[in-house]
Design a protein around this ligand. Sequence first.
Ligand SMILES: *Cc1c(COP(=O)(O)O)cnc(C)c1O
Length: 466
Amino acid sequence: MTITKDIQKIDSAHYMHPFTDHKGLSEKGARIITKANNVYIWDSEGHKIFDAMSGLWCVNVGYGRQELVDAASAQMLELPYYNSFFQTTNVPAVKLAERIVKLAGDNYSHVFFSSSGSESNDTNIRMVRHYWASLGQPERKVIISRNNAYHGSTMAGASLGGMSYMHAQGGLPIPDIVHIEQPYHYHLAPNQDKDAFGIEAAGCLEKKILEIGADKVAAFIGEPVQGAGGVIIPPKTYWPEIQRICDKYGILLICDEVICGFGRVGRWFGSQLLGAKPDLMTFAKGVTSGYIPLGGVVISKRVAEVLIEKGSDFNHGYTYSGHPVACAVALANIDILEGEGLVDKVREETGPYLKQKFAELSNHPLVGGAESCGLMAGFRLMKDKKAHITFDESLEVGMICRNHCFSSGLIMRAVGDRMIIAPPLVITKAQIDEMMTLIYKCLDATLKDLQSMGVMQKDQLSINAA
Ligand SMILES: *Cc1c(COP(=O)(O)O)cnc(C)c1O
């Protein structure tokens, strides 16, 4: 088909992609995604692909939902845009704020809107510092985050994030943002008791607070389950201990719920599952299932009261804060999540089913540390899992596996040697089976490659091939 070649040529001439090596891309040509339905996407060559990543963790209700199209189109006709500056408001933004506060629970009273996760985390930084300044403690500025965290790609978002390859470009992190170790048990302490490790990992926060001085620390930020870092699921002891430490020193807790929020882990928010009660929650992605950009911050009563009583003007906001079309789509999206019981379905049916399938996956010779939380899951490709030996980084084993996924019609993401999935919440058990068959196929092909490269022994047969 010449359409593909034509578009690829214009693409490499004019379209600068996010997070992309352009030299490599222009040699190969980008894959052009042309349509989508339910959990599937299609490329311009007519290949059907199982999207086990929900786009970028966002298409929670699946592709092709007419309800969301109708909500956007009706709102565009009625009122396509108006801002919330200068003492004005609009009905979808008001209704959505009320609805999100209800889903978040008693602890919360307000919502601030933006158009993305990155912007929302910028808002968080300014909001927590403004909070402390309003209380007469302007020296409380430092925000503690974690290694390998992902909080977005703006100056503030990437600074909060703990990705060293992002810090390496653009002079990051910005001042007064520091990082502690992540709770990645399988990587950091596979032989230690998991719960004990959770307490110890959370203890890094207390150490850091004491090192800096509690009177200088504004907040701690963390994803309930780390997403882009490789679906790192913390031990169950971790978040309650983090909460205890934040309470002890009066430090604000920010949970970045951009991935975990809106049903991904079988609750409306990940913190509700993992035992934290954050003062602020970042959301984006799943709030509109990615059909239109929207993000924001859910604000606790503790923070809102100070901002309202003592904060005077908060000199911050975006042209598209509370965009009526985005908010109307979010309301329709929440209608679907509720109407189809998708959050309960993840908690009671598909989440447990995926957990069982991922436990079985551990029988594959390449698979170590397979685990899931709701509908996000990951495992690490291991050279010798009994002896806990990883592959040489230069082999880029994750890339080998990901390339097999691409050519087999499966979107599974590689983070180093960790392979991760986060399928749409509408996925059925039969589709989970279909996805697992594809995963085994790609693992077997990867194993075969590694055997012919002489990296793995030939006698290690996959359970599938056996
Ligand atoms: C994707 C993501 C962000 C950034 O969201 P954008 O909409 O890309 O700015 C922030 N935090 C987490 C946890 C994310 O996964």
